[in-house]
Design a binder for this molecule. Structure first.
Ligand SMILES: CC(C)(COP(=O)(O)OP(=O)(O)OC[C@H]1O[C@@H](n2cnc3c(N)ncnc32)[C@H](O)[C@@H]1OP(=O)(O)O)[C@@H](O)C(=O)NCCC(=O)NCCS
Length: 291
């Protein structure tokens, strides 16, 4: 290990060390994960592996978190890796290699069945047995709105009561797909919403669900559904309040009684996996679970 650095793990309970990680990720990726503090805190299953300099700056980090999935109708113990960064002046000295090996070893002892990460640098992980997988969104004809359902209220995660409502619903959701979906994960849903001002959350009090969606020049996309009972697509569109001829669903639509054409997802960071669990031929992780 280079002189002057201290190795630390599982340090989120120390507010200064947590802030040092927030700073590292802000400086590296331009994102403020410190917003988690007002959204309920970091994922309690998160395990962080990092190096700190003598002034307390976090110079390198790699984290894992438990991300229970449902794949082909069965629960899968999965782990996601995230927050991998090394400050520029410390790069090229093997710090990252050291940290990912520590995290991989920890995942192994935790008995996980599938490991996932999202990256724009797949070469970093191919030597470690990760393989890139293609994700598919589903595009097709939109049904007519259900006219018995009123338009939902747009949630605002700057409001503590809307954060509390969304968190409560995330805790008792049904996985959005039986084919491939997160079974339980709140923090990334909340954080992804505040990161992207284009994402809208429409809430139906009558049907008790939240739909995450966005509209841009490529059309209207449904990103996720947070519901104990999955509503129908005409109900969802009514709550969104949009009448469109075409819709994109960004998760396998097996619970929607609707079929669309698979369209390869193009994104900055591609999904990589390691593990023997067979994956569906056509699937995607909801962007709201992206990490
Ligand atoms: C990518 C990054 C984490 C590497 O950190 P580092 O401490 O310089 O990496 P190391 O010196 O430990 O090298 C680890 C391995 O990665 C390889 N590597 C380093 N940078 C790489 C890059 N940009 N692309 C592909 N491979 C890379 C090294 O050759 C080495 O390979 P080896 O183990 O087979 O010898 C660092 O450059 C960084 O923070 N970049 C910006 C943020 C980022 O891209 N994070 C990764 C997100 S998935």
């Amino acid at each position: 290990m280079p002189d002057g650095l201290a190795y630390r793990q599982d340090y989120f309970a120390d507010p200064e060390a947590w802030q040092a990680l927030v700073d590292l990720l802000q400086d590296t990726f331009g994102i403020n994960v410190g917003q988690l503090d007002r959204l309920g805190g970091p994922d309690p299953t998160s395990r962080a592996f990092g190096y700190f300099d003598e002034t307390g700056r976090c110079v390198a980090n790699f984290s894992l978190f438990y991300m229970p999935l449902v794949i082909a109708g069965k629960p899968v113990r999965a782990i996601g890796y995230q927050s991998g960064a090394v400050r520029p002046e410390w790069r090229g000295r093997g710090l990252y290699r050291d940290l990912i090996q520590r995290a991989f070893a920890a995942a192994k002892t935790g008995g996980c069945e599938l490991e996932l990460l999202l990256t724009d640098k797949p070469a970093l992980y191919e030597n470690h047995g990760f393989r890139s997988v293609t994700e598919y969104d589903f595009k097709g004809q939109a049904p007519a709105l259900d006219h018995d359902i009123t338009v939902g209220r747009l949630l605002d995660l700057n409001r503590a009561d809307d954060v509390a409502l969304t968190s409560r619903m995330l805790k008792r959701r049904t996985p959005v797909s039986a084919s491939f979906a997160v079974a339980m994960q709140s923090e990334m849903f909340l954080l992804n919403t505040v990161f992207d001002p284009e994402i809208r959350l429409s809430y139906s009090a009558a049907l008790d669900f939240v739909v995450a969606w966005q509209a841009d020049d490529t059309g209207v996309s449904i990103l996720d559904l947070v519901a104990a009972d999955i509503p129908t697509l005409p109900q969802i569109l009514a709550v969104m309040g949009v009448a469109v001829s075409e819709i994109t669903i960004c998760f396998p639509p097996d619970r929607l009684n609707w079929a669309g054409e698979p369209v390869e997802r193009k994104s900055y960071a591609g999904l990589m996996v390691r593990g023997d669990i067979p994956l569906p031929r056509l699937f995607a992780l909801s962007p709201m679970a992206g990490f």
